[in-house]
Structures are given as structure tokens and as C-alpha cells.
Ligand binder design. Structure first.
Ligand SMILES: [Zn+2]
Length: 553
């Protein structure tokens, strides 16, 4: 008895000890769901029909079901061993050039009218056993009930005639609802299943593994992990979604947001950014989390991933970037041109971890970055037109100048003046970047100081840039680089300004010279590349440099 009590006490002691041992460790961030719902085709790009194909073609096939509120797959009992299936909206469809489109004119047509038996069943298996008794029989799942349907006809009348001629009693002609999704064997009119379960409850198709490995599915030229969902938003064509484990999603983003040949620490930084971004933007697009374009993050499945990019995801698995206990949204762009920027100087809002910094790393690989230094030139008429197409009722623009820069030297404000003396002022990076159509907010306007001087030809025209310029004085020869308001005499004996710092002067031509590409907020991908390659820094070094005060958990 006594021994048992001691054992019990010891156990209790160990349990309490273990609680204390583990309790102080801060728990890693747990995402709301372990998977991500990615929009592949949606909105105006929704599809009348969508073909899936097993990558291996080994005949493992697919299961059909729906998602529960925890985004887990709920089977409806239906499956197929077909490796190529297509999901269609419920209307008369014709198979043409490898796709199903609306219509009736072709050799393979799927009609949307069916004979439906009045009896229904509570399981797929029972209904399927009955459906197999009829030529052209299939099961229709409708709000938890399983019906037997027969045939596919192009019109109500045609289906009615068939109902009579085939001698059906206790049956009627049906067509689907605005939510119905039809599954056929690709390239045929053979219906495998019809599914309707109310708006928003799309059919989910889960590929079955043929050998225990994670199955991949071809869809429209790309391979994907995970499941697919088909929802007829507003009763229209199919919105096609990919439901994929969050780590597999990140594996499908990294090689498209960064080159798959980049150093692994840069790829790991990108992986943490991509994972954090998607966790922070659940439901960004309403019925799905993120789209597959630059609007969110480019995602194209498994096609461009390699061992290194997958490794970058695996080695950071489950890690998120956090600030004060919340997800720190990881904004990034290709390059910042020399300095990142405070979020409020670019976008409307101030975010504490999105602070501008001089970036010494990116510059170290400037010669490797395509179009790192760029020039955009506008005539008076061109810049005037840019303003007018954006709704500004301005006269001809005669001057344009950077009138405020941030502490890191990025452009914060520009001021334009028209021929009538009216001024137009624009602030914040993205407003300015889009107005001017330039690659970054690190630029100057008509600033010819520095290493470059403009050569003036005999006609007085500003010519090409030259690297060195000197003035010959009475006693000395001095460089005129960096001086204000340097003039030259042209061939006609007229004074022509060569160098000027007061950009408010009227000008015929606006020369915008800058560096970098992107919004300048957060991580520079080329900076990350440089830190990993040239400075042997880790992904944690990279992220904590570009995101002030964050932790990687
Ligand atoms: Zn998006």
C-alpha cells in the first residue's frame, strides 16, 4: 500500500515537474488550419470544365467528398479508379480540343437532363449497386441523399421520351441546380457522379496514392499536391481551388518567387516569408485564402521545385515570423536600390517592423541584378498625358522635382508644375511609383550631378553622358562634378545649363534615374541572396535585418 502511494506521489511529482519544464517555453505559432486553399481559376477565369490527371497514371484514381469546417476531407463514399477525370458545370457540354465547353455540336456531348429514380439511399454503395443495373446509370449526391440517375440528354423532351421508351416508372426527368458539379471520364460522355450540396459547398476531389507516396495531380499543365475543390460561385462556371498542406504550398511558392538555384539560406528566408504571409491572409479572397498570382504569391505546384528548394522549406518547417506575439507579414520585393523604407512612407499604414534601412548587402551584388540601374525619360507632353489619364485636369507640365526624401534617401514627395503655375503634389512611394511608371522610389529627377555630366553638342542639344568633366580656369584645372549650376557655351554662342541642382526650373525633358525594383518595403530578395552568398549569413540574419524586432518561431 505504502509503495503504491509513494509511486503515485512520485508520478504526480514528475508530472508537475514536466509541466514546469515545458511550460516556460514559448509555444510556436499554430496556424488556424494545416492547409491552404489556393485559387487557381476564379472570377472571370472560372472554367466550364476542368480536367485532372494522375501524374503516375497508375490507376489509383480519386475519392470524392467535401470539406468540414476544420477544412478536413469528408468522403461521400464515392471513388473512381479512372486516372483522367473532368469536372463540369451542369449544362450541355461538348468535348473539344481536350477541354469541355458549353455546347452540343460535337462527337462527345454530355447532356444535362437525366432520368432520376424517386427512391433514394443513405449510402453511395447502395445507390451505386442500383445504378449499375442501368445502361448509363450513375449516382447523384444531393444534400446527403444518394439517387440513381440514368442517361444524359440534351433536352427535357429527349429525356421524357427516353423515360417512356425505356419503361421507367417511379422516376422523373431532372436537371441539376445552379450548384451541381458533374464528374465524367475525360474525353467521354460517361458520367461518374453528380454532386449538389448548396452554394459554397463545392465538390472536393482527393487523389488516391498508388504506392503510399504523396500523390501529384496534373491540372492545366502544372502538377500539384493535395486536393481540388470545384465551386460554382453564383451558379456560374467552376471556381477551381487547390487545397494543399501549408508546407507543400510553400514548396510551390519558393521556386517561383525566387530562382531555385539561389543559396539555401536565402531560400529559407523566402520560405519563412511565404509561410507567414499565407498564414496571415486566411480568406483574403473570400472562399479561398490566396490566389496563385503576384497579387498574393506566385504558386504553380511542384514543377519547379528541386531538392534545395524543398530542403529550404523542410528545414524551416512550421516556423513563422512574429512581432509582439502576432504574425509579422513578410513583405518583400526584388531589390530596394540601396535602402528599404518605412511602410507609412510607401503605403498608408505604419507597421512597427517595416522600417527603412540602408542596405549595404544588395549593393554588393548590384552588377548581378538585371536592370538594377534604370532611366525613364518623359517629355512635357508625355508626363502631362500621364496625369490627365489619371484624372488630373492640368495644363502642360513644365517642371517636376523631388521635393521630399525620407531619412534613407528614398523619394517621399514629388511636385509638378503646369504652364499655368498650378502645382500638383504626390506623396508616398507607391502613389509616386505608379504615377511615374518607375521601378522603385529610389530615384532622382533631372539630377545630373555625381559621376555624370551631359555633353552639349554644337546645336545646343544635351547629348550623351560623359564620365568626367573639368573646367579650365586661369590658374588651375578643376573638376566640375558635383557643382551647382554649371553652364557651357554651345556652338551658337548661347549659354546652356549643363549641371543644375534646382530641379524646379522649367524643363523640356524629365530624366528619372534610379535603382532597384519593387515597393522597397521589407526584404530585398537580392539583398537576401547577397547576405547568403557573399556574407555567409543565415536566414535568421536575413530576416532580422530586413524586419525590425521580429522573432522567428
Ligand atoms: Zn491574391
Amino acid at each position: 500500500m505504502k509503495n503504491k502511494a509513494i509511486t503515485r506521489a512520485l508520478c504526480l511529482f514528475l508530472i508537475i515537474l514536466s509541466l514546469f519544464a515545458f511550460a516556460p517555453r514559448s509555444a510556436a505559432y499554430q496556424p488556424a488550419y494545416s492547409n491552404v486553399i489556393v485559387g487557381l481559376f476564379y472570377g472571370a477565369n472560372a472554367l466550364p470544365g476542368a480536367n485532372l490527371q494522375n501524374v503516375t497514371g497508375c490507376g489509383a484514381g480519386y475519392e470524392f467528398g467535401m470539406l468540414d469546417s476544420g477544412r478536413q476531407f469528408v468522403p461521400i463514399g464515392a471513388s473512381t479508379t479512372e486516372t483522367k477525370i473532368s469536372m463540369l458545370r451542369d449544362r450541355n457540354m461538348v468535348y473539344k480540343d481536350g477541354q469541355y465547353v458549353a455546347g452540343t455540336d460535337g462527337s462527345v456531348v454530355v447532356g444535362c437532363f437525366h432520368i432520376q429514380l424517386n427512391t433514394y439511399y443513405s449510402t453511395y454503395a447502395e445507390a451505386e449497386a442500383q445504378a449499375q443495373l442501368y445502361s448509363g446509370g450513375f449516382v447523384k449526391y444531393s444534400f446527403g441523399k444518394y439517387y440513381v440517375c440514368v442517361g444524359e440528354y440534351l433536352s427535357q423532351a429527349e429525356a421524357n421520351n427516353a423515360l417512356v421508351s425505356r419503361g421507367f416508372v417511379d422516376a422523373s426527368v431532372t436537371s441539376g441546380t445552379t450548384d451541381t458539379v458533374v464528374v465524367v471520364v475525360t474525353g467521354t460522355d460517361r458520367i461518374l457522379l453528380e454532386y449538389e450540396n448548396g452554394s459554397g459547398s463545392g465538390l472536393v476531389v482527393r487523389p488516391i496514392s498508388h504506392d503510399g507516396t504523396k500523390p501529384q495531380t496534373w491540372f492545366r499543365g502544372f502538377r500539384y499536391y493535395g486536393m481540388f475543390q470545384y465551386i460554382r460561385v453564383g451558379g456560374g462556371d467552376l471556381t477551381v481551388l487547390n487545397i494543399v498542406d501549408i508546407e507543400d504550398y510553400v514548396k510551390g511558392v519558393i521556386p517561383y518567387e525566387m530562382a531555385n538555384s539561389w543559396p539555401i539560406e536565402a531560400l529559407k528566408a523566402q520560405a519563412v516569408c511565404a509561410r507567414t504571409y499565407v498564414a496571415a491572409f486566411r480568406g483574403k479572397h473570400g472562399i479561398f485564402d490566396v490566389c496563385n498570382t503576384e497579387d498574393c504569391q506566385v504558386y504553380r505546384g511542384t514543377g519547379s521545385a528541386n531538392a534545395v528548394t524543398d530542403c529550404a522549406v523542410d528545414e524551416t518547417a512550421g516556423q513563422y515570423m512574429m512581432y509582439n506575439g502576432s504574425l509579422a507579414i513578410a513583405y518583400y520585393s526584388s531589390s530596394n536600390g540601396g535602402a528599404s523604407e518605412n511602410s507609412e512612407n510607401v503605403w498608408p499604414n505604419s507597421v512597427p517592423y517595416l522600417r527603412g534601412k540602408i542596405d549595404p548587402y544588395e549593393a554588393a551584388v548590384a552588377d548581378l541584378i538585371p536592370n538594377y540601374y534604370w532611366t525613364v525619360t518623359y517629355t512635357r507632353e508625355e508626363i502631362t498625358q500621364r496625369l490627365r489619364t489619371r484624372g488630373y485636369n492640368c495644363g502642360t507640365i513644365v517642371s517636376m522635382a523631388v521635393t521630399e526624401t525620407t531619412p534613407t534617401g528614398n523619394v517621399y514627395k514629388i511636385t509638378l508644375k503646369d504652364e499655368n503655375g498650378r502645382t500638383f503634389t504626390f506623396t508616398k512611394g507607391e502613389n509616386i511609383r505608379f504615377l511615374l511608371g518607375v521601378r522603385s522610389i529610389r530615384f532622382t529627377i533631372n539630377d545630373f550631378t555625381g559621376d555624370e555630366v551631359v555633353y552639349v553638342d554644337e546645336g545646343g542639344t544635351l547629348g550623351s553622358l560623359i564620365a568626367r568633366a573639368y573646367a579650365i580656369g586661369k590658374d588651375l584645372i578643376a573638376s566640375i562634378l558635383g557643382r551647382n549650376d554649371v553652364y557651357a557655351i554651345n556652338g551658337k554662342g548661347e549659354k546652356v545649363i549643363v549641371l543644375k541642382e534646382d530641379n524646379d526650373e522649367p524643363s523640356d525633358l524629365f530624366v528619372i534615374k534610379g535603382s532597384g525594383y519593387g515597393h522597397n518595403v521589407g526584404m530585398s530578395q537580392w539583398g537576401a541572396y547577397s547576405m547568403a552568398l557573399k556574407y555567409n549569413m543565415t536566414y535568421r540574419d536575413i530576416l532580422t535585418f530586413y524586419f525590425t524586432g521580429v522573432t522567428i518561431e
